[in-house]
Write a protein of this length. Structure first.
Length: 397
């Protein structure tokens, strides 16, 4: 059994590495051709960043496999043996927190390298050590509080029901919905300062746009995203009455009023087409499949690894193997998401103008150094958005 699951994980890692190798080759050839969409300088810079990011991804995949072998070969048994707690739900909380902490420490070096070396080199990151540690402390406290609570409840569900995976799925799905509701008003402000948009002319134009599509929002806000990153972005956060428009301060500085309205029109397209509900439905389907699989794990798997068939071990297996399931189910989600993006682009072009949206997307690509092309295999597995070259071609047609 251990051999089988090791081979499955190895195939998963091998596929990821192969995709990265194909993407590196594709971008390496494309960067020597005539620049597409971006300026010549930004085109080459975006290609270099993409290549280095994919190389880092290969190293991360190899590290993930090493961590997997550590847990399956020794770590899970050892961690279980050193927690002398009789209460299974409480033991699950301690076990899961330690399991996640160890995984985090394994990956911390890669996060530091990407933030302070790679992203700094290409002019993206404004992060300093103090802010990095503050973010780390805040996120850790939030996770310890809410992660412990969720783990405890899931453990109680596993201990109480034979078909626990059904009730576990319902509970986790509801938790995800609650997080989406409270994120813009309670969680996001912990990490960023939110200010009501103080540009009255722009605010009036945005509210007029909302009225055209029947969107009721709790407000239009800007956040101090530039203290961490120079990339441009905007998003709609929340569900129900907590819906709000959030503009990165970098976005407001770089785009014209017309371009900004076109970008928001694109986001409104997702609202108008109920893409958020579609995404939630797709995500819930994938989550349901995962819970079904992990709710029916064979006893032989636990015996082969030499561990108990207890709630904390089921949760650990979920965290170890769910990335494999997610990876091979993501193409379905990506296919739906890319179609939604095309439709949202059409809607955004109608809200303002095709020219304004094209201009905005080009600015976003140049400022964010986003390489506009990608290998088909990379698109199939990873892209929730079509490559920019394809989006612009569709808009122009």
């Amino acid at each position: 059994m251990i051999t089988i699951i090791s081979v499955i994980y190895f195939i998963y890692v091998l596929v990821k590495i192969y995709i990265s190798v194909m993407e590196i080759g594709f971008v390496s050839r494309a960067k020597n051709e005539k620049a597409v969409i971006l300026s010549d300088q930004n085109y080459k810079k975006a290609a270099e960043y993409k290549i280095k990011s994919e190389r880092l991804s290969i190293l991360t995949s190899l590290a993930d496999y090493a961590i997997f072998l550590f847990w399956i070969g020794f770590g899970l048994r050892y961690l279980e043996s050193i927690i002398p707690i009789e209460d299974m739900a409480l033991k699950s909380v301690v076990f899961v927190l330690l399991f996640i902490a160890i995984n985090f420490l394994f990956s911390l070096g890669f996060d530091i390298y990407k933030t302070f070396v790679l992203d700094k080199k290409f002019g993206f990151s404004n992060m300093d050590t103090k802010l990095f540690l503050h973010d780390l402390l805040k996120s850790s406290i939030l996770f310890i509080i809410f992660g412990s609570l969720v783990t405890w409840i899931v453990s109680k569900i596993i201990l109480s029901f034979d078909t626990w995976w059904i009730y576990g799925f319902i509970f986790v799905f509801l938790v995800i919905l609650v997080i989406n509701v409270i994120y813009p008003t309670l969680i996001a402000p912990i990490f960023n300062k939110f200010k009501v948009l103080d540009n009255d002319e722009l605010k009036e134009a945005i509210e007029k746009l909302f009225n055209q599509v029947g969107l009721k929002s709790s407000g239009v806000f800007t956040i101090d995203a530039s203290k961490r990153d120079n990339r441009l972005n905007a998003y709609f956060g929340g569900l129900g009455k907590t819906k709000r428009v959030v503009l990165f301060d970098t976005l407001v500085q770089k785009l014209t009023k017309s371009e900004l309205l076109a970008v928001l029109g694109h986001e409104l397209g997702h609202f108008k087409h109920k893409d958020i509900l579609k995404s939630i439905a797709t995500m819930s389907f994938m989550l349901f499949i995962m819970f079904y699989i992990f709710g029916n794990l064979p006893t032989s798997l636990f015996e082969a690894v030499g561990v108990s068939n207890e709630p904390y071990m089921i949760i650990a297996f979920f965290m170890i193997f769910s990335p494999i399931l997610s990876f091979f189910m993501m193409p379905l989600f990506g296919l739906i998401s890319r179609a939604n993006e095309y439709n949202a682009d059409e809607f955004g072009a109608k809200c303002e103008s095709k020219e304004a949206l094209i201009s905005a997307l080009k600015k976003l690509a140049n400022e964010n150094k986003s390489f506009p092309l990608s290998h088909p295999l990379n698109i199939f597995f990873y892209h929730t958005h079509p490559p920019l070259a394809q989006r612009l071609k569709r808009l122009q047609e």
